[in-house]
Design a protein around this ligand. Structure first.
Ligand SMILES: *Cc1c(COP(=O)(O)O)cnc(C)c1O
Length: 365
């Protein structure tokens, strides 16, 4: 008898398990990126991205880039922080540190407010620097810091930015499509994200939602050609693109966005993610696994746990892979003590239950 192997369920924070509907969209006929059909596709995707957060419609423009989430974050920082500007980067994990690395690599002035990876953003220090340093032109931070799963208090930081008249640049790579984004109150100038995390598209396309006012100030800031949002904006208003785009992946993103709308939009997806994350966190508690950060401070997309005392990560990972699940290691200094479980993509409650049946066997052994 031939046994059909169940597909491996990815519980890493992207790339995610695609739905069949999105996967089929990758298989349609080939399309030239200089043809009107491609422009129509991009215009639809751009308007669907804005429609996901209706408060962005009208004031913001979506720009599509072929590249991973890092490309969108880097394009945002490269293009919107002026050459003679200064970015205040608030970091409490790998991705915040990466933002600071980018600003340094671009040769722009940087002020970094850095916290321990298990700690919240240091908003008191941010407030001090905003008061004391008029050279700061932009503030940048991560919404869902994937290092730990912490949902940073962007509402509080955004209010500070608004009070001090500094625009906020937000990495929402692992939260766009699920968590709330308040474009008005958070003083947002741009948000960077990707197709293949909470939107359930395929890897290869990322995007920046940038304020029209910021784009109208024009280009000349990016120490890069490929990552210069001004170049994209000039051509993408008509749906075209300055460089070859990942055409098939954009089609899959169109389908993923249609699926998100059919599902009830961002609020419905947030409810679904919260239910899944809650199920994961309850089951972990029942197994005696400790959450790395207080549960109330986590977002809806990812959970992080301390490794059980007698089980190394490799043992856990390999045992779960054998059972059909891919989990995610910790990064940096946290790698030896933790593991992560994301609930992005086409993942369901019965997957979580099967995961914890397998995990229970490994932990008790
Ligand atoms: C995944 C992630 C990134 C980087 O995305 P890539 O697609 O791996 O380039 C950036 N920021 C956050 C918060 C992420 O979770």
């Amino acid at each position: 008898m031939i046994r059909v192997k169940r597909p491996t369920i990815l519980l890493n924070p992207g790339p995610v398990v695609l739905t069949e509907r999105v996967r089929q969209a990758l298989m349609r006929e080939d399309l030239c990126h200089r043809e009107p059909e491609f422009a129509a596709l991009c215009l639809e995707v751009k308007s669907r991205l804005l429609r996901a957060y209706p408060a962005a419609e009208g004031r913001f423009e979506a720009l599509l880039l072929t590249g991973s989430g890092t490309a969108a974050v880097e394009a945002m920082l490269a293009s919107l922080v002026p050459r003679d500007g200064k970015a205040l980067v608030v970091s409490n994990g790998v991705y915040g540190e990466r933002m600071a690395d980018m600003v340094r690599a671009h040769g722009k002035a940087l002020s970094q407010v850095r916290s321990e990876w298990l700690a919240p953003m240091d908003l008191e220090e941010v407030e001090r620097r905003l008061s004391a340093d008029p050279a700061v032109t932009h503030v940048a931070c991560i919404q869902s810091e994937t290092t730990t799963g912490r949902l940073n208090d962007v509402a509080h930081l955004g209010a500070l930015c608004r009070r001090h008249g500094r625009p906020l640049l937000l990495d929402a790579v692992s939260s766009f499509g699920v968590e709330e984004l308040d474009f008005e109150r958070w003083n947002l100038e741009a948000v960077a994200a990707t197709a293949n995390k909470c939107l359930h598209g395929a890897p290869g396309i990322s995007f920046v939602l940038a304020s029209r006012a910021a784009l109208a100030r024009g280009g000349g800031h990016a120490p890069s050609v490929y990552l210069d949002l001004a170049r994209y904006h000039a051509v993408q208003e008509s749906g075209f693109s300055p460089f070859t785009q990942a055409v098939h992946v954009i089609r899959a993103l169109r389908e993923a966005l249609a699926e998100l709308e059919d599902e009830g939009g961002v609020a419905a997806r947030r409810a679904r993610y919260r239910a899944l994350a809650g199920r994961i966190r309850r089951a972990a508690r029942d197994l005696g696994l400790a959450s790395l950060v207080p549960e109330a401070e986590l977002g809806a997309t990812l959970s992080s746990f301390r490794l059980p005392p007698d089980t190394g990560y490799a043992e856990l990972h390999d045992g779960l892979k054998e059972a059909g699940f891919v989990i995610y290691a910790g990064q940096g200094a946290l790698a030896a003590t933790m593991f992560r479980i994301a609930n992005m993509g086409d993942v369901h409650e019965d997957d979580v239950d099967r995961l914890f049946t397998a995990l229970g066997r490994l932990v008790r052994r």
